[in-house]
Design a protein around this ligand. Structure first.
Ligand SMILES: [Zn+2]
Length: 251
């Protein structure tokens, strides 16, 4: 059994820690210090680092951790990842802590962005957040839309481990897109209660995201109308997605 927990970093990053029989893997160690502290305190051997994309808050700690533990470092071949020993482009199956892990290409936030799927856990970096999705720094709306579809095609029991705590703010936007969506209203109450207690809203349930994440709901009539009212270019899902993404950037 692989135990999954997070190590908080910076303002709102989650560095995911996977542990099995004293062996460890981390996803997107943007900062080495908090990761090293946990590894030392728990006497874990860091075997694997998984990097989803090149942004500094996801790979900033890789070099320091790699120098100390000499793990295998997986990352996108299309991006510059310091210390990467196993460049990937998606479609591969790799081994993480003795388990099979599928690698998915999910470009959009960045051009080489990867997701790692280990059993029913999908580590999605900055592609999909609670009730939201990553900004399009390098990819097109069509690319990001296809990447999100790749994630939502995973089995319904999949839990999504994203890299930031953005759910509350994203739900405020989701409520603006779909003011009559009761699932969004209920989730806002639940998320606000968690945040008041300082608790995380991740990992995410894929089924809940399908009901409340506007970026996954671009074929819903209410979402289409809301996108058109914001100047969306049309009713096809990619145009709706593009309009939502623009709207959210200024929200
Ligand atoms: Zn990023």
């Amino acid at each position: 059994m692989v135990e999954i927990s997070f190590i908080p970093a910076f303002k709102d990053n989650y560095i995911w820690l996977l542990v099995r029989d004293g062996r460890a893997a981390v996803v997107d160690p943007g900062d080495a210090a908090p990761v090293a502290a946990v590894l030392e305190a728990r006497r874990l051997k860091l075997e694997t680092i998984l990097v989803t994309h090149h942004h500094g808050d996801h790979q900033g700690g890789v070099e320091t951790l790699a120098n100390r533990w000499r793990p295998t470092v997986f990352g996108p071949a299309a991006e510059s990842i310091t210390g990467c020993t196993r460049p990937l482009s998606g479609g591969e199956t790799i081994e993480v802590l003795g388990r099979e892990c599928a690698v998915l290409a999910v470009p959009g936030h960045t051009c080489g962005h990867l997701a790692y799927v280990l059993g029913d856990a999908a580590f999605v970096g900055d592609t999909l957040f609670g009730a939201g999705c990553g900004r399009l720094f390098e990819g097109s709306p069509a690319q990001m839309f296809a990447s999100l579809a790749r994630l939502t095609a995973l089995p319904a029991a999949t839990r999504l481990y994203c890299a930031h705590e953005y759910t509350a703010a994203n739900l405020a936007f989701a409520g603006a897109v779909e003011p009559d969506n009761l699932a969004i209203q209920r989730r806002r109450e639940a998320v606000d209660a968690l945040r008041r207690q300082g608790l995380a809203t991740v990992p995410l349930d894929l089924a809940v995201e399908r009901e409340t994440n506007p970026f996954l709901r671009c074929a819903e009539p209410a979402v289409i109308e809301a996108a058109l009212a914001q100047g969306g270019a049309g009713r096809d899902p990619v145009a709706v997605f593009a309009a939502l993404r623009e709207w959210k950037n200024g929200f």
